[in-house]
Design a protein around this ligand. Sequence first.
Ligand SMILES: Nc1ncnc2c1ncn2[C@@H]1O[C@H](COP(=O)(O)OP(=O)(O)O)[C@@H](O)[C@H]1O
Ligand SMILES: [Mg+2]
Length: 412
Amino acid sequence: MLQSPHKLSNNDKLLNLVSLEDYYDIVRELGRGTYGRVDLAVHRESGLQLALKSLCKKSTKFKDFQRECTLGDFLSVHPNVINSYDVAFETPTAYVFAQEYTAYGDLFEAIPPQHGLSESVAKQCMQQIASAIDFIHTKGFVHRDIKPENVLLFSPDCSIVKLMDFGMTRRSGTHVRKISGSIPYTPPEICQAVKNEGFYVESSQDVWAFGVLLFSILTGNFPWEAANTADAYFLEFIHWQRRKTPAIPTQWRRFTPRLMKCFRKILDIRPDKRCAIREIYKYLGDDWIKRENEPLLHSETFRRYSKSMDELSVLLEAHGVNTSSDAKGRERMTSEWVLTTTETFNKRSADNIVAVGTPPEYRHQYRPALAELEDTRDHQNANTDMTANEGHKFARKILAKLKRSKEILSTS
Ligand SMILES: Nc1ncnc2c1ncn2[C@@H]1O[C@H](COP(=O)(O)OP(=O)(O)O)[C@@H](O)[C@H]1O
Ligand SMILES: [Mg+2]
C-alpha cells in the first residue's frame, strides 16, 4: 500500500512516490552498503546521467534519509563536496535521492596498495579533503565517516576530489551511541567505547580519521587495524607519540620530520589536544617523503613490470586506444574505453541496447577484449613511460572496471 507523502525538509517539500523504472534507466551499480545501494542512472527525459542513492525502507528511518539528503544538499555549495540534484522520491521499497555522477570512481580504488599515491597527488587530494571537512566543521557538523571510499574522483589523475556520504554526519555535540565496530579510521576514544555506549560527536573525530587517511594515501597501507592497545602497530605509534621512545615507528620512517610533526598534532591520542583540520595547510609547502625513499620504490616496481608494458600497449592499440599520447592521456582513454565497454555490457544485458557513441567496429570485440585484458592482468602494472605509481593506478582502474563487467556478464 502506498504511504502518505513525506515532508522532505523544512521548506515544505513532499516526497513523491514513484516507480523508478518509469523515469530512469539503471545503467549499473556503483556501490552497495549496509543501508542501500548507489546506481548510475540515466534520466530518460533529459538524458542526464546521475547517481541514485537508494536507502532501503526496511533498515532506514525516514528521518535518517531526510537528514542525509538535506545535509548533502546544504553542504554541496563547497567545491569539494559532491553536488546534489534537487531530486528525492520514494519507491515502494526505498527512499531515493540523486547526486552528480563521476566515472572516475572513488579514492579507495585509486590508491595503489602497498605504494600509495605520489606525494604531489596526495597533497592535492588532502588539501581538497581538508577544505571540505573544514567547511563542514565551520557549519557546526562532523562528517564522521572520513575514508577513501567516501571521496570521489572527478579527474582521472586525482587532481579534483569531492567528499560525499553524509549518512553518519551529525551536528557537533550530538549524543550518539556506538553502533558499529572499529575500522582503521576510528579514533582511539571511540575504539575504547563498548557497543551501545554513548559519546558526543566532536570535530576532533574527523581530524583523527583524516590523519589515518593521510597515512594511507601516502603508503597504500593502514597504519593499524584498530587504534587500540591490543594492536601492536598502534602500540608502537603511541609509545613514540607519548615520547616514551624517540624511535619513529617502523612504518613511519619514510616520512620527513616535518610531516611527523604534523602527524603528532593530527593523531594526538587526547581528543581535546588534537589540532583543527586546517593545521594541515601549514605543512603543504614542505617535503613529506624522505627523498631516498621515493626513487627506490619507483625503480623497483618499474623493473618488475617494464616487460609487460609492451604487451599491454599492443593490446590497447588493437582496441583503438592510442598509446603514443602522453601517460595521462593514455590513462584517460583507456579508462574511458574500459568504462564504455562495461556500460555497454550492462545495458545489453539489461534491455538489449548498445551504448550510443561506441564505434560499431569495436562492439563485436568486447567479449574477447575483456578476456584478453584479463589474461594480461598480471602484467598491466606499468606502461613504458608511466611512473610505477601511475602504472599501478592505471592497472587498478582497469581491473576494477573489469571486475564489474565480469560480474555483469556472469549474471546476464
Ligand atoms: N556520485 C557517485 N558517482 C560515482 N560513484 C559513486 C557515487 N556515489 C557513490 N558512489 C560509489 O558507491 C559507493 C557507496 O556510496 P556511499 O554514498 O558512500 O554509500 P554508503 O552509505 O553505503 O557507504 C562509494 O564508495 C562509491 O564507490
Ligand atoms: Mg560510504
